[in-house]
Design a binder for this molecule. Structure first.
Ligand SMILES: Cc1cc2nc3c(=O)[nH]c(=O)nc-3n(C[C@H](O)[C@H](O)[C@H](O)COP(=O)(O)OP(=O)(O)OC[C@H]3O[C@@H](n4cnc5c(N)ncnc54)[C@H](O)[C@@H]3O)c2cc1C
Length: 261
């Protein structure tokens, strides 16, 4: 089975700070990691390969330093690493990013594409579903369990109050959540091979025959009007007194705010 895993390098924080003057992310001093959901995607791909044979390829689109994320995936056991890196990709919104990733995945050939559910920096959870649309394959999102059978994938898709079981024909794309598995630690041998011996292939827009109108700023229909950090909320207030006094003060405050009548 030919499995492609999409991994994103993200800042190691969910507390993203925005420069108030430029409206851009402050990345200085924040180390980068593999997006947490993507480690579960890598783990599942490796488990499927161990069970059914085949090959696992990790693909990332990003600046040259995103190579580190790919090497980490390789240390876990991924066979091949592809970095989509070209100035022509810069300024891509989710639609242009998923087009570029989808075009690379199509060039590689695949039975299954596995993405994380969501990146902790961009937070849109749009890349997997959009890529499935670009590729014209079925998608199952929020996957918490995977089974394979006779040219099909059968997944448990997490819902707020339970799960649903969904079956799709291969080739297909799934997006996975942390409940799916426990990502393995890279072995020492894996680390040595990933950092000393294995090659990260760098593909440009030309290498994937990307339509220039569909990538980077040109291919991005999203227009960002403004980015800003939300105003900090006012300080909380502690109510003092006995339980009865505190409850009575609370009820009166809620009535003042029309929350209670
Ligand atoms: C107008 C505009 C301009 C932008 N310009 C830039 C820019 O110049 N540089 C920049 O870095 N970002 C830019 N962005 C942000 C960029 O579009 C998003 O980070 C990207 O599309 C992924 O979206 P997300 O982070 O919400 O990922 P999600 O959709 O939340 O990610 C879900 C999953 O998709 C996969 N995935 C997501 N991104 C990648 C990736 N890059 N490589 C491989 N797999 C991936 C992973 O498996 C991930 O778990 C821009 C956004 C907009 C709207």
């Amino acid at each position: 089975m030919n499995i492609v895993v999409c991994i994103k390098q993200v800042p190691d924080t969910t507390d993203v700070k925005i420069d108030p003057k430029t409206g851009t992310l402050i990345r200085e001093g924040v180390p980068s990691i593999v997006n947490p959901d993507d480690k579960h995607a890598i783990e599942e791909a490796l488990r499927l390969k161990e069970k059914f044979g085949g090959k696992v390829t990790a693909v990332s689109m990003g600046p040259p330093q995103a190579e580190d994320a790919l090497r980490e995936a390789s240390a876990m056991g991924v066979d091949e690493m592809i970095l989509l890196c070209d100035r022509a990709f810069a300024g891509a919104d989710t639609w242009a990013t998923s087009y570029a990733l989808g075009t690379a995945v199509r060039k590689l050939g695949f039975d299954l594409v596995i993405c994380g559910r969501e990146a902790i920096d961009g937070d849109t959870a749009q890349i997997g579903p959009q890529m499935a649309e670009h590729l014209g394959v079925p998608q199952i999102t929020y996957v918490r369990n995977v089974e394979m059978g006779d040219g099909k994938i059968i997944c448990e898709r997490a819902l707020e109050d339970g799960y649903e079981r969904i079956e799709a024909n291969l080739p297909a794309l799934i997006t996975v959540i942390a409940d799916l598995n426990k990502p393995r630690y890279p072995s020492v041998r894996g680390i040595v091979e990933a950092y000393r011996e294995k090659e990260v292939k760098v593909w440009t827009a030309g290498d994937i025959n990307a339509d220039p109108q569909c990538i980077g700023l040109e291919g991005s229909p999203t227009e960002v009007q403004r980015t800003f950090a939300p105003e900090p909320k006012g300080e909380g207030e502690m109510l003092e007194g006995s339980t009865e006094e505190v409850c009575s003060q609370l009820v009166s405050r809620l009535k003042d705010k029309n929350v209670l009548r």
